[in-house]
Design a protein around this ligand. Structure first.
Ligand code: TRP
Ligand code: ZN
Length: 889
């Protein structure tokens, strides 16, 4: 494999971890800020571990070194070397102060890592992104998370061009300088790793709020955005305050600085970043107003604001020893956000959303060539490991532990974890041992979950014995091999379960060998390859409801009769489990269509849902909308050995047509009219639910009576009081290739001109054109003046939305889309390797495509791998996707 020089480097191994020989106790940073030239002076007070006779080596990438002194003396040319992104200095001692001066060019930084310019040269602002290894693009430093330092940061810049100067920590003075310049200083007293450093400088507006922490600290909350966006920050401010209160009450965690700054930018590689005291957000996850933000996006803003805020404890106060421990902060923080969001909104809907995401994004990752454990054992490029596995599966692992300990036990464990590890760089072992010790339980068996890739299959078989009135449930587990892990261990799998009688009652549980618990639900833990659980005093064959609340991230294999699932769908009181029964039944119905076999499942699914649709007792519109949504195409494809995306799409459409036909066009229209007559733009749960169901009903109607659905959609588009309704209508028109689509798209473009986030939606919705129409449209959109490879949101709105959300449109049988994407990836990689590598993962499932597409995808990936200039980021993804066998080809 050819690649840029740095991509040839050997992988980093978890087993190679050594504590740093050199630490930095304190760092003083001075910035002379400019768009094309910024000078950075850094003074590092060093600490040396006498047990490790290793010379001082600092990371530094692409830095123009201007000067270097050690303890006030210039370092002679022969006493330091800067090569291969390392600066090695002779004669440093414990207590030495090393000072370097370097020059950077922020305007030339298209990778959006380190110090860069957001927006135009004239109007844009400067900002930093340091996680995971961006700090080395700013100054020389041991750029690894186990080096914790206190920071004093001074910013200097032209006052007219950069009126606002921000860095993490508490403000420590500001003032004027000669020549129209000014300065500002910030001191962060909490030792932190370099990845949490941040600065922002430019023309920004703010909104502020006073906050008093539960432990009595007054804090000024400030949200910053460009002038045209500042009025769209109020929702985020409310969400921030809710997050802070919640962390105080749920975990006893208080904020710990005098100020908390949040900044929005349109140019950002990911969602948001938890820099200490100065969070930086992709505008997509901060700005919100009814005219341009959908309900789903409102919830995403609340969730991401919470996530970044919660990092202040799970990530910042307690950070990671090394990047292998990434899930220690990310999995835990996702879990904390999920708990928060569940409490702020509907717990069932939140769980449904999160499990659907896990199945759509993480399960395929875990089943393909990029599979890796939540704690990987090696990597080449750490930015490639900010994955659904580390985040979402990581959160599921924390949820299992929390479930094992119960609410009070988990809180006790978390208190101990925070107390013991505050100000430290910790490991997953530290986490498990604190949770365990606080409860007198050995949780170390759960470590196997962190080290093992692949989604376990949980098989369940039931047997009823009338003579002994006992029901025996036999559970077994199996995890398929993944790349580099041919043999899998047995894992502890907590299975929350209940038993239902044929009339829909939940049965009391008498588990042989265990004391009875109150309630009709309990958790059994499968910690062997196979195990049986015997339930007594059961009068007739029960219907088991397993893995309730999705108690473990596994794939459940159980041979329900369709009628049993229909019963669970009708009778389960818990919204999540009800949805889960509907999902399983829909999957059965799909299989019936696919294999042309037994149609009972199809009629059971349609029948049960049609009944619920008319049932006045189920007055939960949002849940109803979700019950009506069968598993997505990606999820359905996951179950196939050989995937034909066009066929999956066609079958899923047919499945929904059957449902629509069963309910009937008249009934769908009636419901639509009823929901539409209540339309307004409020954000309360009932209004959101009504919009969600309305969207779903219109979707179904469009599948059985397109002309009438398109007429309704065209009206809805014109009269929509909110983005939710407007975009839903536009989407129906575009996906149906309706005659009204063109004028609605033109109207949308004009109506939202000047709003980049709305423009992203305009791009994304058009990638959802059906089948063969998509490629030509995507090519047309690419030549739109508003399209640019330099903006990650725009790139994802076009290529990402196409490849991820429209598999049938993307996976053309002629392979044209693969070739086209490979070409763009190569161009994008030269600008922004992180975004290119992430986008490339859309080809993750190529090996399971049917032979024609598989060959086309393979040759596109191979052509990419032959490029001489690939970044380490993209090279690693491409190489792993091909697998080791093909890598030498
Ligand atoms: N730590 C961030 C979060 O999860 C994510 C992150 C990692 C990130 N690397 C990044 C964000 C690079 C932006 C750019 O909250
Ligand atoms: Zn995070």
């Amino acid at each position: 494999m050819n690649a840029r020089p740095d991509s040839a480097s050997a992988p980093i191994l978890l087993s190679d971890y050594r504590p740093p020989a050199w630490r930095v106790e304190h760092i003083e940073l001075d910035f002379d800020l400019g768009i094309d030239a910024t000078e950075v002076r850094a003074a590092l007070r060093l600490r040396h571990d006498p047990a490790q006779a290793i010379p001082l080596r600092l990371d530094g990438e692409g830095l123009e070194l201007l000067s270097i002194t050690l303890d006030g003396q210039p370092v002679p040319a022969g006493s330091y070397r800067y090569a291969d992104n390392l600066l090695e200095i002779d004669n440093a001692r414990d207590g030495s102060v090393l000072e370097t001066r370097v020059r950077l060019n922020p305007a030339a930084n298209t990778a959006l890592e380190g110090l860069y310019l957001s927006g135009s040269r004239d109007a844009g602002f400067l900002l930093t992104q340091c996680e995971a290894q961006g700090f080395r693009h700013i100054t020389f430093f041991p750029d690894q998370p186990d080096v914790l330092s206190s920071y004093t940061v001074t910013l200097r810049a032209d006052r007219g061009r950069f009126p606002v100067l921000l860095a993490g920590g508490n403000p420590d003075g500001a003032g004027d300088l000669d020549g129209g310049r000014h300065w500002a200083r910030f001191i962060d007293p909490h030792p932190k790793p370099s990845y949490l450093f941040a600065l922002v400088a430019g023309r920004l507006e703010k909104i502020e709020r006073d906050y008093l922490t539960a432990d009595g600290r007054p804090v000024l909350l400030v949200i910053w955005a460009e002038a045209d966006a500042i009025e769209r920050c109020h929702y985020a401010m409310d969400a921030l305050e809710r997050s802070m209160r919640w962390d105080e009450q749920a975990y006893g965690r208080n904020y710990d600085l005098d100020v908390f700054h949040v900044v929005a930018t349109h140019d950002f590689n990911m969602g948001a970043m938890e820099n200490k005291g100065l969070n930086i957000f992709n505008a997509k996850y901060l700005l919100a107003d009814p005219d341009s933000t959908t309900d789903d996006e409102y919830r995403a803003v609340e969730a991401v604001v919470a996530h970044e805020y919660f990092h202040n404890w799970s990530g910042n106060r307690v950070t990671c020893r090394d990047w292998f421990q990434l899930s220690l902060k990310e999995g835990l923080t996702v879990f904390r956000e999920q708990q928060f969001s569940a409490q702020m909104n509907s717990p069932a809907l939140k769980r449904i959303e999160d499990v659907a995401l896990l199945r759509r994004a993480q399960f395929p990752e875990d089943a393909g060539p990029l599979a890796h454990p939540v704690r990987p054992a090696e990597y080449r490029e750490i930015n490639n490991f900010y994955t659904a596995t580390v985040y979402e599966k990581g959160s599921e692992l924390v949820r299992m532990l929390a479930g094992r300990l119960g609410d009070a036990g988990f809180r006790r464990g978390m208190d101990l974890y925070f107390a013991r590890n505050d100000g430290r760089a910790a490991t997953l072992e530290d986490f498990l041992s604190a949770l365990g010790e606080a409860n007198g339980i050995d949780l170390m068996p759960y470590l196997a979950w962190y080290g093992q890739a692949g989604t376990p299959r949980l098989k369940a078989r039931g047997h009823y014995d009338a003579a002994s009135r006992s029901y025996t449930l036999t559970l077994s587990q199996l995890t398929q091999p993944t790349p580099g892990q041919p043999h899998k261990q047995v894992l502890p799998i907590p299975v929350k379960l209940a038993l239902f009688a044929a009339d829909g009652r939940m049965l009391p549980l008498h588990l042989q060998g265990h004391a009875d618990t109150a309630g009709n639900e309990r958790v059994v833990v499968l910690d062997r390859a196979e195990q049986s659980f015997v339930f007594q005093q059961i009068d007739a064959l029960p219907i088991p409801s397993l893995l309730r609340g999705f108690s473990a991230p596994v794939i459940l294999d159980i041979d329900y009769a369709p009628g049993e699932l229909a019963l669970l769908l009708r009778h389960d009181k818990d919204g999540f489990n009800r949805w889960e029964a509907a999902q399983q039944l829909a999957t059965r119905a799909y299989d019936a269509l696919r294999h042309g076999g037994d149609a009972t499942a199809l009629s059971a699914w349609c029948g049960a849902l049609a009944e619920l649709f008319e049932d006045a007792h189920l007055n939960d519109d949002a849940l109803l909308a979700d019950l009506f949504t069968p598993p997505g195409e990606i999820e359905l494809a996951e179950r196939e050995q050989v995937v034909d995306p066009a066929q999956v799409h066609a079958l899923r459409q047919q499945l929904q047509q059957e449902l629509g036909a069963r309910i009937g066009g008249a009934s769908l229209r009636r419901r639509y009219e009823a929901l539409a007559s209540q339309t307004q733009r409020q954000l309360d749960a009932a209004s959101q639910a009504q919009r969600r169901l309305k969207r779903r009903v219109l979707d179904l109607l469009s599948l059985i009576d397109a002309p009438s659905a398109h007429a309704l959609a065209a009206d809805q588009y014109m009269s929509a009081p909110s983005m939710t309704d407007r975009l839903a209508a536009l989407s129906v028109l575009v996906r149906g290739d309706a005659p009204q689509a063109a004028s609605a798209l033109a109207n949308f473009r004009e109506r939202h001109a000047g709003d980049p986030l709305a423009l992203d939606k305009w791009f994304a919705v058009q990638t959802q054109l059906p089948g063969e129409l998509t490629l030509a449209r995507v090519q047309l959109l690419e030549s739109d003046p508003a399209f640019t490879l330099k903006n990650p949101n725009r790139v994802n709105a076009l290529f990402g939305a196409w490849a991820r959300n429209n598999p049938a449109g993307f996976h053309r049988i002629d392979g044209a889309a693969y070739r086209w994407l490979a070409e763009r990836l190569q161009q994008l990689d030269l600008l922004n390797p992180q975004v290119a590598a992430r986008l490339a993962t859309v080809l993750n499932g190529w090996k399971r495509l049917e032979p024609v597409r598989r060959e086309a995808a393979r040759s596109a990936i191979i052509s990419l791998s032959a490029e001489p200039q690939l970044s380490r980021n993209l090279a690693e993804i491409v190489q792993n996707m091909l697998g080791n066998a093909a890598a030498g080809a």
